[in-house]
Write a new protein. Sequence first.
Length: 84
Amino acid sequence: MTAIIAVVTTTVASAADARRLASGAVQARLAACVQVESIASHYVWQGAQHEDAEWRLACKTLLEAAPPCAPGCGRSIPTRCRNC
């Protein structure tokens, strides 16, 4: 049987949060590898346009591990919801 690989992505507002989440996901074996990239996000929030630095995490995992990973990440990310 061939394993199906999934890539779960999320963004956080700080490099420290990105390092913490990446390390935690690998240590907990939720991801085999996590890549962290610095990006610029453009979005509208409360009627105003913004540009902010963010860090994107790309977590490489097995498809069956992706659903358990998502709720854990959601509790660990210190950010507010934005419509973008």
